[in-house]
Design a protein around this ligand. Structure first.
Ligand SMILES: [Zn+2]
Ligand SMILES: [Zn+2]
Length: 373
C-alpha cells in the first residue's frame, strides 16, 4: 500500500500548505519532460498522492484507513478519475492521450464514379467493369515513401519521440508544453531519400479497372459502396471508399414502375375482336400472351415475375402489358366493303354514340387527384 505522506516527503501532520509546497517541488523535479520518461511512474505516484492529500475529505478517509478506505469509498473514484483526466490533459497533446511518435499515413479520399446501366442490368442484376483514374499505392515503394533500399532514419530534433517540448517561466512556476516535432511532423523518423516514383507521397495516379456487383432492383441516384476501393491513402494510409452512382439508360420498349415493368403491345382491331395468341419478346425472351375475344384498348395483361428483381428482398415484380388496339387505316375497296358489310350485320351502319358516365371510375379518380393539387 502506497504511503502518500512518504511519497511526498512530508509528515502526517503536514499542513495543506506544506503538502502543496512539497508537491510542487517534486513535480518540477520529476516531470518526465525534464527528468525523462523513466521518472513517469514516480511522477504519477506523486500526483496521485497529492490528489488525495490536497483534498480534505479524501485525506481524512486516507488517514482513517489508508488507500483501501479510499478505494472503497464512493467519492474516491471520482477523485482518481479527475486525476487521470488531468494526467491525460497534461500529456494528451498527441491525440487520444497516447504519447510517442505518430505513425505515417492518412486515409485516402472517397471517390464518386458514375455507373451507367441498362434496364436489363437493373432487372437481373449484373457484374459491371468500369475504368477510373484515381490514386493507387505506389508500385515502387508500396506506400513506404522511401526510395527502394533506403529506410527512414530517426529524427535528430526529437530523438524519435515525435514531440518537442518548450519550457517557459510563468507566475505559477516552470511550464512545460509539448507539441509535434516540426522536423518529422510527429512521426519520429525522417525519410531522407523519398521514393522518386511518387515523390514520397506513397501513392500515384493510375487508371484502374474496378469490378462492381450490381444487385437487381437498384434505382437511379443510388450509390453502391465499395469499401477500400477509393483513393489510396497518403504515406501508406488506408484507402478511401468508392461510391458508384447508378444512372439507368431509358429503354425504348420497357419502362420501369417500381418493381414492375410496363410496355405497350399493339394488336390489330380484328385480333382484339376475335381473340388470338401472340408472342411478345420480353427481357426474359419470347412469351405467349392470350388476347381474349373483345379485348379493349387499354386492357392490361400482367405477366407475373417478369418485372424487376426486388432489391435485397428476392423475387421479381410483374411485366404489365398494355394492349393498344390499332384501328385500320388506308382501306382498299375490298376491305372497305367487308367492314361496311360487318357494320350492317351488327346494326352499326347508323352508329349509336353515347357519353359514358364516369362515376367512381378510374378517370374520375384521376381527375380528383389532379384537381386537388
Ligand atoms: Zn513511391
Ligand atoms: Zn522529430
Amino acid at each position: 500500500m502506497a504511503d502518500y505522506y512518504s511519497i511526498l516527503g512530508v509528515d502526517r501532520n503536514a499542513s495543506a500548505d506544506e503538502i502543496k509546497k512539497a508537491y510542487r517541488k517534486l513535480a518540477r523535479k520529476l516531470h518526465p519532460d525534464v527528468a525523462g520518461p523513466e521518472s513517469a511512474e514516480q511522477f504519477k505516484a506523486v500526483n496521485e498522492a497529492y490528489d488525495v492529500l490536497s483534498n480534505e475529505e479524501q485525506r481524512r478517509l486516507y488517514d482513517m484507513g489508508g488507500e483501501d478506505a479510499l478505494h472503497g469509498g464512493g467519492g474516491a473514484g471520482a477523485g482518481f478519475g479527475a486525476f487521470q483526466d488531468i494526467f491525460d490533459t497534461f500529456f494528451g497533446g498527441m491525440g487520444g492521450g497516447q504519447r510517442g511518435p505518430v505513425p505515417r499515413g492518412r486515409r485516402g479520399q472517397d471517390t464518386l464514379v458514375a455507373l451507367d446501366l441498362d434496364l436489363e442490368d437493373v432487372v437481373f442484376g449484373a457484374d459491371k467493369e468500369i475504368t477510373h483514374t484515381l490514386a493507387v499505392e505506389c508500385p515502387v515503394c508500396h506506400g513506404t515513401c522511401a526510395a527502394p533500399g533506403t529506410q527512414p532514419i530517426t529524427c535528430s530534433q526529437c530523438g524519435g519521440t515525435g514531440t518537442v517540448q518548450r519550457v517557459t517561466q510563468s507566475l505559477l512556476g516552470q511550464m512545460v508544453s509539448q507539441s509535434a516535432c516540426p522536423t518529422c511532423h510527429g512521426h519520429g523518423t525522417v525519410i531522407v531519400t523519398p521514393c522518386h516514383e511518387c515523390a514520397g507521397e506513397g501513392r500515384v495516379r493510375a487508371t484502374k479497372t474496378i469490378n462492381i456487383k450490381v444487385p437487381a432492383g437498384v434505382e437511379s441516384g443510388m450509390r453502391i459502396r465499395l469499401a477500400g476501393q477509393g483513393d489510396a491513402g497518403v504515406e501508406g494510409g488506408p484507402a478511401g471508399d468508392l461510391f458508384a452512382e447508378v444512372r439507368i439508360r431509358p429503354n425504348a420498349l420497357f419502362q420501369r414502375v417500381g418493381d414492375d415493368l410496363t410496355c405497350e403491345l399493339q394488336i390489330p382491331m380484328t385480333a382484339a375482336a376475335l381473340g388470338t395468341q401472340v408472342t411478345v419478346d420480353t427481357l426474359d425472351g419470347p412469351r405467349t400472351i392470350t388476347i381474349q375475344p373483345g379485348t379493349a384498348s387499354g386492357t392490361v395483361v400482367a405477366l407475373s415475375g417478369l418485372g424487376v428483381g426486388r432489391l435485397h428482398r428476392g423475387g421479381r415484380g410483374d411485366l404489365k402489358v398494355s394492349i393498344a388496339v390499332k384501328t385500320p387505316t388506308r382501306l382498299d375497296d375490298v376491305q372497305r366493303s367487308l367492314l361496311e358489310e360487318l357494320a350492317k350485320v351488327r346494326g352499326e351502319d347508323i352508329p349509336s354514340a353515347r357519353l359514358v358516365e364516369h362515376n367512381a371510375g378510374f378517370f374520375s379518380k384521376m381527375r380528383d387527384k389532379f384537381s386537388n393539387k
